[in-house]
Design a protein around this ligand. Sequence first.
Ligand SMILES: C[S@@+](CC[C@H](N)C(=O)[O-])C[C@H]1O[C@@H](n2cnc3c(N)ncnc32)[C@H](O)[C@@H]1O
Length: 389
Amino acid sequence: MTQEIVHGLPSPSAEEREHSDKLRRAIRSAIDNAGGLIPFSQFMQLALYSPGGGYYASGSVKFGEQGDFITAPELGSLFARCLAKQIAQVLNQVNGGEILEVGAGSGALALQLLRTLSAQNELPPRYQILETSAELSHRQHELLAKHVPHLLHHIEWISQLPDKFNGVILANEVVDAIPVDRFTIINDQVQGVGVAWGQDGFRDAAYTVTGSNWNVIRNLNLPENYCSEAGFQREAWMRSIGACLQSGAVIIVDYGFPRHEYFHPQRSGGTLMCHYRHRSHFDPYLYVGLQDITAHVDFTALADGAAASGLSLAGFTSLASFLLALGILDIIEPIIQTSTIQHVAIAQEVKKLTLPSEMGELFKVLAVGKNLRYPLEGFAHSDRRGRLL
Ligand SMILES: C[S@@+](CC[C@H](N)C(=O)[O-])C[C@H]1O[C@@H](n2cnc3c(N)ncnc32)[C@H](O)[C@@H]1O
């Protein structure tokens, strides 16, 4: 069951292919044990998070130039410096507030936030990290121990959500990595698209969906042959986050749309994407365990999950508008005055974060909260929360 090398994509090494083949065999066994088919969400869970073999659980680089994709905190410190301003504003409203970062990746955001908040004397007593991947937790620890050893006593890795939390919960590009189910519309009915084992590899396989959670999709009245994803686990994740927040805010940054745009008639093939060494493609069955699999975020589903657990909407806007409201241009002003080399790098970073053709418009910021006394500064320029309805 060795995989083909695919034209147009870089080739994995023999060792990487062996790693992938081992994971494929494990997923094939799971399919056999389930009677020949598993939902796509189970396939995605195994491909990304199987201990030892899943994409996020194994030792590949993943983040940055040497990896498969670049996230906002990997570009530089501007994203974190703006976010720090928003965090400080929330922490000022919450007695004894702390920070909880979910899915901290390489640890880049934690490092920059700890540095910025500490320099401004605004670092709360604890910065918690909830990370599913043991390998990444280890990497985060190494990074933080190397660069901010004097702040390590503030940092705590936790393995599950606390029962109660006050302060700010952050999730940057985490929700897009939470498994989705896939479906298509056949004869006016919603049909699940699961995963089976074909002649020589994984293949899509139709199944009948049951359960009231599919009503959201049924009620969209999508056209024939429309294919997309349903993020039930994401909404459940949001509910569990909401259930532990006593006071403060949850800030979610990710690529996606409000529901009416997510399921737009023109987006009839869905939003599932795979990333391998900075190339994007649409085949989740390729290079299993070596590539990232992701789907855009339906922010209406997250807002529904938050409301179901008693949180209020605190803002929804584009990444560009959020960063501009938090003073990204003021932050770069003194840097631009100093050196030409830094000037060029910082201009590139601002462009990447704010241009509509880059991350500025596709990436959104959703904030939900409890017991917040003041409007959040990041939404002062534009608040599109009405579009989530
Ligand atoms: C695309 S990476 C983003 C990493 C980082 N936030 C960044 O912006 O660079 C997704 C991260 O979320 C973690 N993750 C995914 N689902 C999670 C969950 N339910 N709870 C905690 N961490 C999760 C992954 O292991 C990985 O660290």
